[in-house]
Design a protein around this ligand. Sequence first.
Ligand code: NAI
Length: 314
Amino acid sequence: MSTIRFDGKIAIVTGAGGGLGKAYAKLLASRGAKVLVNDLGGDFTGQGSNPGYAEAAAADIRAAGGIAEANGDSVADTKGATAIVQQALDRWGGVDILVNNAGVVTSNGSLSDVTDESYAIDLGVAAGGTFRMMRAVWRHMMDKNYGRIVNVSSGSFFGMGSAVPYPAAKGAVIGMTRGAAVATDFLQRNIKLNVIMPISWSRMTALMGPEIESAMQRDFPPERVAPVVAWLAHEDVPCNGEIFTAGGGRFARVFIGVTEGYRGTTKDISVEDVRDHFEDAMRIEPFTIPKHALEEAGMHESSVDWSTFFQFIA
Ligand code: NAI
């Protein structure tokens, strides 16, 4: 069995000063990648900054024989995202791998108590940061016709306690990954973007309380997520636009599918038809996993030629 390596590859891992990001950066570097370790170095609610956080992680990697540099810019603003990508270009001449791991949780209370500020921070780092980093690296990857991007979502997308902004941010990450992956497929570029929903002990999981935290620490170390991220960042990864959950030694595909549903005998369905055939819409077999929005639109019988819409992708 051949060993999976990243020799010659240049990777940026955001939010890699500690937690999951550091585990991703360490694994990639241990297998030959040059890694730019980015981290703003604030707390898990997004407050503060400390360049020493990324520097310490990069130093750990170098001490273990890897190649790493630190960056303390923020992914949440365009200037920071541009500077992160520019540092990798200046230092090593390219970017092959981008892991958009930086994230914060600010608002966990009732929806009615969420402030505009905490909503903006949650979305600004996870969704805004992922978007800004993808945009900053895009021209370079398109010109080179190579790139592997791993974006970090969360199982909270399924709903989590009373939190709303955090799942919203992590849902946006799925949407932007799918959008860009459909574009690279259509344009036949060797750029693959996939999503990870990690489950791991980290300083963020302190939010769950001491009992869960000690069990998480034992069963879900970050090192049990990192191999899945590494494979999604590898040249040979076979998929684009997919979502995977990973943690505790298990990984699995997560997908968004559409049921066959109910087709009215006449197309003019009434509210009563919707009530009376609701079970048909809810039944999950058979289902389709659409490759893109036009395939989903095509599941409705019509005379529209949806394929002509692809001319809008550039
Ligand atoms: P963490 O708090 O240790 O890691 C997040 C890192 O992002 C921190 O080091 C932080 O300084 C950095 N960061 C925050 N804002 C930044 C910015 N503007 N620019 C650059 N860096 C910034 O927590 P953890 O758990 O390791 O989280 C890593 C990622 O995984 C996050 O996106 C998180 O939302 C996600 N996640 C974690 C789960 C878990 O079970 N630990 C579950 C689902 C998702």
